[in-house]
Design a protein around this ligand. Structure first.
Ligand code: ZN
Length: 356
């Protein structure tokens, strides 16, 4: 039997008015005029009616269908307009909100460690100097007692500039001579110099451009004990007070005697591991300033003496932060570099905690 047309219309209206989303509206459409919908079923059942009623009832059901479709369309318009308004509101830009700044800038790990080292030396009374990265061969080699035939001066080791007599400095040591000249042979002289140096070298532990820290002290009665005291202070401040020091005789053209300095491994504490192999890590070269170098700087080697040391800042950064490929520092991978943002070397944290 076909249900009452009025009841059907009322139920349709109620259902359409209650629909709050296009999905609910679609459900109402399927419920009434879908393939198995109630109105569809009523129209299909017309065939069961007596001939006389069929035409009459058929017209009424068609009217119901038209009205339903009209209402449906109207409700669709209302819902669509509402959805558009909501979307606009959610995407609206509030011009009065405070702006979002760029991600906080961070210092490159090498800059960080350079400053860390500089602070330690500044506290010990050293003054910070900076020197040119394009140097004369005199300052970079000869004044430092590096003779013409020294392997460091070969084409495969240095970057020479197209102007004769100039080279990209291979070390920060030229600043020793420059500082001595500025000091005009006055003592005491205590300077450090940090900066970029250049060598034709590249593998997991070498890059063509790296950073050195140089320290020079000149006075009338300095000895290896003063050098050692400076090293112990510096190593303790940077790597922690429990770090041990090992001095080995070595050779550098600009110092005599020369010492290679090792520290007990910061990874294993000296027991031996993959990083250190035998418990020790080489971190810098040092020695008493060669008399010829003092003379080249304008000092009288019979009246004064001095010590000097030089180290690679990247090497210290790698040890403090714990990675073993120096090239990572210069690949401009922000993810990697920012990972070291606020890391305080763990050995320092431990020792600072201990002393407080
Ligand atoms: Zn180790």
């Amino acid at each position: 039997m076909v249900e009452g047309v009025d009841e059907m219309l009322e139920a349709m209206r109620t259902q359409l008015d209650a629909a709050e989303t296009s999905m609910e509206l679609d459900a109402a459409r399927i419920f009434w005029i879908g393939r198995k919908g109630r109105l569809t079923a009523a129209m299909k059942s017309l065939g069961d009616l007596p001939e006389a009623d069929r035409r009459d009832q058929g017209q009424r059901l068609n009217q119901v269908r038209r009205r339903f479709e009209g209402w449906l369309e109207e409700r669709q318009r209302v819902l669509k307009a509402r959805e558009e308004r909501l979307q606009l509101e959610s995407e609206a830009v509030d011009m009065t909100l405070p702006g979002r700044g760029p991600t906080a800038a961070r210092l490159h790990p090498v800059t960080r460690v350079s400053r860390l080292l500089e602070e330690v030396f500044l506290r010990m009374g050293f003054a910070l100097t900076r020197g040119p990265e394009v140097e004369t061969e005199w300052y970079n080699f000869e004044a430092l007692n590096v003779p013409k035939d020294h392997p460091a001066r070969a084409m495969q080791d240095s970057f020479f500039v197209d102007l004769p007599g100039l080279v990209m400095r291979t070390q920060t040591s030229p600043m020793q001579i420059r500082a001595m000249e500025v000091a005009e042979a006055k003592t005491p002289l205590r300077i450090i110099s940090t900066g970029r140096v250049y060598r034709r070298d590249e593998d997991a532990t070498h890059v063509p451009m790296f950073t050195q820290l140089e320290a020079l002290a000149i006075d009338d009665n300095l000895g290896l004990a003063d050098l050692k005291g400076t090293l112990v202070t510096m190593v303790g401040e940077i790597f922690g007070a429990r770090t041990r020091l090992r001095l080995r005789p070595s050779y550098f053209p600009f110092t005599e005697p020369s010492l290679e300095v090792d520290i007990s491994c910061v990874v294993c504490g000296g027991a031996g591991c993959r990083t250190c192999k035998d418990g020790w890590l080489e971190i810098l070269g040092s020695g008493m300033v060669h008399p010829r170098v003092l003379k080249n700087g304008g000092y009288d080697p019979h009246k004064v003496n001095g010590f000097a040391l030089g180290m690679g800042v990247e090497r210290v950064a790698m040890l403090l932060y714990g990675f073993d490929d120096i090239r990572l520092l210069y690949q401009n991978d922000l993810g990697f570099l920012q990972g070291f943002g606020d890391v305080i070397p763990s050995s320092r944290t431990v020792e600072e905690g201990r002393s407080s």
